[in-house]
Design a protein around this ligand. Structure first.
Ligand code: SUG
Length: 449
């Protein structure tokens, strides 16, 4: 049976803006209040999806969410008609309106943690929606995320869905951004690598001093239990708290893995040697040969990594066994990072090619190529059970591009968020999108009685 890694990319929503909402995420903080260009953002994301599809990878698309989230504002006490809710929030609590408008669901690496069927006790692909409990604007994503994933992976014979973990800081869960799977082949049992920032209940794990550690050990353990993973197939590692304090708010800002390869920065983890030894031993137990590519701090500093998003890259396996690294344009603009990458492909290692993409609109909010995709390893029976409406094709790319051009604005700043017309535009666009992607009714405005 053939197996693949399918990348489902988040389609950027029509309210993409720079709200400065993510303390600890350097790009989000430093681009706060700039005008955004939602149309360009969506087109940049679609161009990456199209390019990967044309290279022969199976590519999917994950729908954005309804924003402004009027229902979330109502839960906070704003009442009246939808327009009145928005007007009053704009007048009395602009930060809450900004949070309810964020298009942050585009970073679908945070949508859920996914375990392929080869790893789980019941032989199904398991999904746990992430509670994203650290930031209010992200914590409101998971109910719709669950409905969208449910509409994409509806077949209960092959797919199992778990609700987000309890919405408290002790179970802070950021999904696949802190989860990597190693394997010899996608369809064979592998090792699931959970990286956490702190422990909620065990004081022996040091926490960062400045910025929040979003993922807890206890959340990662709960996800592994829910998915029915075996102890032999799981490794937990603590992220180095010092790098969280330098802006590494998710592990995918400092490490990426695929197949048998881990590409990571020297300062990424605490107790690196023990972590690598455990990965090597457990992958060997699955018949795999672990290969670690360490980027030394003498060549690329943590600051370079955070600015360029070198590790927020997509490491993709090609048919011939070689690997391709998809990086953002910012890597080419950083002299040290580009020198490192230029040397990497000529070293006879697994990475033989680097491809650069312009994702500036998303990057300015701290979202690179890897943030924009959710990886789902599937065999061909499972792939056939996925809702075909969400698999990228040349006609779907054309339809989505035209849809973006018809509905998206090319400039959005804070004052535009208070315009009740924006809500109507978004709902019209999303209603059409659910038909294009054949998702049925998934948005709160579609579910109202
Ligand atoms: O959660 N930025 C996102 C970026 C998520 C990146 N994802 C991964 N690394 N996988 C976040 O911090 C900024 C929104 C704003 O400021 O408007 C934001 O939510």
């Amino acid at each position: 049976m053939k197996s693949f890694e399918v990348n489902f990319d988040g389609l950027v929503g029509p309210t993409h803006n720079y709200g400065g909402l993510s303390y600890g995420n350097v790009a989000s903080q430093s681009n706060s209040q700039q005008a955004s260009n939602p149309r360009e953002a969506a087109r940049q994301g679609l161009a990456k999806m199209k390019a990967l599809m044309e290279m022969g990878f199976v590519q999917g698309v994950l729908a954005p969410q309804e924003r402004p989230d009027v229902a979330a504002l109502r839960r906070l006490g704003f009442g009246g008609s939808d327009a009145q809710v928005i007007e009053r929030a704009a007048r009395e609590a602009m930060p809450l309106l900004v949070a309810s408008c964020s298009a942050s669901s585009m970073w679908v690496a945070n949508a859920a943690t996914v375990s392929p069927s080869a790893d789980t006790a019941d032989g199904r692909v398991h999904f746990t929606a992430a509670n994203l409990n650290c930031k209010y604007h992200r914590s409101i994503e998971h109910p719709t995320t669950s409905r969208v994933l449910g509409a994409m992976f509806a077949n209960t014979q092959h797919f199992a869905h778990h609700a987000a973990l309890p919405a408290v800081a002790q179970f802070g869960d950021e999904g696949a951004a802190n989860h990597t799977r190693f394997c010899r082949a996608y369809g064979e049992p592998g090792v699931e690598f959970f990286v956490f920032g702190r422990s909620a209940f065990d004081a022996r794990y040091p926490a960062p001093h400045k910025y929040p550690a979003r993922q807890t050990l206890e959340a990662s353990q709960a996800v592994a239990r829910l998915h029915g993973l075996s102890a032999d197939g799981v490794v937990y590692a603590q992220q180095n708290p010092a790098v969280i304090d330098q802006g590494v708010f998710h592990n995918d800002v400092i490490a990426v893995g695929n197949g048998e390869v881990l590409f990571y920065h020297e300062d990424a983890f605490l107790d690196t040697e023990a972590v690598l030894a455990e990965l090597q031993a457990k992958l060997a137990g699955c018949g795999g040969k672990f290969k670690a590519i360490c980027v030394p701090r003498a060549q690329v500093t943590v600051e370079d990594a955070v600015r360029s998003y070198l590790f927020n890259s997509q490491l993709l396996s090609r048919e011939d066994g070689s690997m391709l690294l998809i990086v953002p344009e910012e890597c080419r603009n950083n002299e040290r990072v580009w020198a490192y990458l230029s040397a990497l492909t000529g070293q006879g290692g697994p990475v033989t090619e680097v491809k650069v993409f312009d994702l500036k609109q998303s990057m300015q909010n701290g979202g690179g190529p890897a943030c924009l995709r959710l990886r789902v390893a599937l065999n061909d029976t499972e792939l056939a059970a996925v809702n075909p409406g969400v698999i990228m094709t040349a006609p779907l790319y054309d339809t989505l591009t035209q849809w973006v051009d018809r509905h998206y604005r090319d400039s959005l700043s804070e004052r535009d968020l208070a315009d009740p017309q924006l809500l109507l535009e978004c709902r019209t666009a999303l209603d059409e999108l659910t038909q294009i992607l054949k998702l049925g009714s998934v948005y709160p405005f579609q579910l109202q009685p």
